[in-house]
Design a protein around this ligand. Sequence first.
Ligand SMILES: Nc1ncnc2c1ncn2[C@@H]1O[C@H](COP(=O)(O)OP(=O)(O)OP(=O)(O)O)[C@@H](O)[C@H]1O
Ligand SMILES: [Mg+2]
Length: 117
Amino acid sequence: MARVLKQIAIYGKGGIGKSTTTSNISAALARDGYTVMQVGCDPKSDSTNTLRGGQYIPTVLETLRENSRVTLEDVVFQGFGGVYCVEAGGPAPVSAARAAASSPPWNSSSCSTCSTS
Ligand SMILES: Nc1ncnc2c1ncn2[C@@H]1O[C@H](COP(=O)(O)OP(=O)(O)OP(=O)(O)O)[C@@H](O)[C@H]1O
Ligand SMILES: [Mg+2]
């Protein structure tokens, strides 16, 4: 019988149990004999570490920043039950207060729209 690829996306607001639920679904599916790949898309890169005994793996983006060529061996690591784990990575989260306090990315003194004089 042909093997069918199924993709499941789990998303939602912060702290609702996405990572916990996801890693348990992956573990259960692997136990049932499925080949499972879990791709974490959280800049904290923590969704796969429960499958790897608390160990973090290098993210795709940080690996790409260091090497122009990235192989599967660089970014795919097996965890509980043989689940293939990948972390996409991303910019570190910035608090709303810090983002509001930071300077704008343009030179406001040379911007006529922003001029207050
Ligand atoms: N079913 C559950 N019952 C009780 N506590 C839970 C349950 N699922 C997750 N938790 C707890 O809730 C907290 C948040 O869970 P988790 O990290 O999985 O959420 P998350 O949605 O991935 O968070 P984030 O958005 O920060 O990535 C953790 O302390 C976790 O142990
Ligand atoms: Mg999470």
